[in-house]
Design a protein around this ligand. Structure first.
Ligand SMILES: Cc1ncc(COP(=O)(O)O)c(C=O)c1O
Length: 411
């Protein structure tokens, strides 16, 4: 079979394969604990459901404008004013089939083949393949100080004549790190000076802990009109626990949004009418579910940190937000695929290998599940790594080779 060079460059999903192993074990009655998840377990807000149901009840679920219906755009405008302190117009907004599609369409709008896309390590798994899908070159940037917090120097030193886009995701999947306002300010101003597009992936914007306040990239932008190259991406998936609705958005300059809408129109004709209606319900309805989710996650984070402190040799950076932590297991094993495979086989615990996020030797552990999953899962990991022998595990590399092409968990 002949497939395109671009298609050949796209990695297989790590989560899907790990899920398949976990599902096969579960089917055999094995008590698998999943600490690899990428979505909150709470229910979608009631207002989202009734809003979607009202449309469903009319029986008239039609095509919509490709960039979103006016009422949803208005809800996104109001959201932007509240959380970014930035007033925009409908022509600055494109609703999309998830934040993922908003990022993808933005990249397709601005990248030429051979252009470079910079993002800090650890990075969300989809960025490299999204860049490749545009024929562009992903440029992951490892913070020089070895932390999860990049500084402007890290970004600056990776810029070449081919750099066209910088992507910043804070709070970050997979580390949970929330970058400082100073760093966001520096990057916004640097990109303006260098005439680079800056995509701010803010999908975890409201899921932050310890009294932190959401940061707005627009606070630091000098150019806010048609010349702006700043693209803020957000959505309902995480904050409202609405991952399956597939509804996100981009806020950017009107000329950019116009072209993005055109591209999206040819791809999908726009997001589902039902999901748009649900998102209106979520954005304009009772907001208490967001705070409930946030406090649950903060509590889960604290429990996870406490549990992890009992595992000798691992290095933990306390997450500032999200529902992920990226834990350094290099004391036990440099090869995160091998270790993740070992933990499924020996402890029946699913984690995501850090290599998928650009940091081998680490595992992403989610805390969006139940408290008992977190405590039992970490207890099992603790026992399993205590008896881990890298040498014995080299026999496991044959099986881990199976997972070698894994580069991309879904969330
Ligand atoms: C950093 C990051 N950006 C974007 C997305 C995509 O979100 P959505 O479900 O809105 O497409 C995810 C999902 O896991 C994510 O972790």
């Amino acid at each position: 079979m002949s497939i395109s060079e671009i298609a050949k460059s796209i990695g297989e999903s790590a989560t899907l394969k790990l899920n398949a192993t976990a599902a096969a074990l579960r089917a055999k009655g094995e008590p698998v604990i999943h600490l690899g998840g990428g979505e909150p377990k709470s229910k979608a807000p009631h207002d989202a459901l009734t809003s979607a149901a009202a449309l469903l009840n009319t029986g008239e679920v039609r095509y919509t404008p490709a960039d979103g219906i006016p009422a949803l755009k208005q809800a996104i405008i109001d959201y932007t004013e509240e959380f970014y302190r930035h007033r925009v117009e409908p022509r600055n907004v494109m609703a999309s089939g998830g934040a993922k599609q908003a990022i993808m369409v933005a990249l397709q709008t601005v990248l030429n083949p051979g252009d470079e896309v910079i993002f800090p390590v650890p990075y969300w798994v989809s960025y490299p393949d999204m860049a490749r899908l545009c024929g562009a070159v992903p440029v992951p940037v490892l913070p020089a100080d070895g932390s999860y917090y990049p500084c402007l120097d890290d970004i600056e030193q990776s810029v070449t004549a081919k750099t066209r886009v910088v992507i910043i995701n804070s709070p970050n999947n997979p580390s949970g790190a929330m970058y400082s306002a100073e760093f966001i300010r520096d990057v916004v101003r640097f990109c303006e000076r260098q005439d680079l597009y800056l995509i701010m992936d803010d999908i975890y914007q409201r899921l932050i802990f310890d009294g932190r306040k959401a940061i707005s990239c627009f606070d630091f932008a000098e150019e806010k009109g048609d010349e702006s190259k700043l693209i803020a991406v957000n959505g309902v998936s995480k904050q409202y626990a609405m991952t399956g609705f597939r509804l996100g958005w981009a806020v950017a300059s009107a000329p950019l949004i116009k072209v993005m809408g055109r591209i999206q129109g040819h791809q999908t004709s726009g997001p589902s009418a039902l999901s748009q209606q649900a998102a209106i319900g979520a954005l304009t309805g009772d907001q208490s579910s967001v705070e409930d989710l946030r406090t649950t996650l903060e509590n889960n984070r604290d429990i996870l940190m406490d549990q992890l402190s009992g595992i000798e040799g691992v290095k933990v950076t306390k997450p500032d937000g999200t529902f992920y932590s990226l834990v350094d297991f290099r004391h036990y094993e440099e090869d995160s695929l091998k270790l993740a495979q070992y933990l499924i086989e020996e402890a029946r615990v699913v984690t995501i290998p850090g290599v998928a996020f650009g940091l081998d030797g680490h595992l992403r552990i989610s805390y969006c599940g139940s408290i008992s999953d977190i405590t039992q899962g970490i207890e099992r990991i603790k026992l399993a790594v205590a008896s881990y022998s890298p040498k014995e595990s080299s026999q496991r590399s044959a099986r881990a080779a199976d997972l070698e092409s894994l580069t991309e968990p879904r969330a």
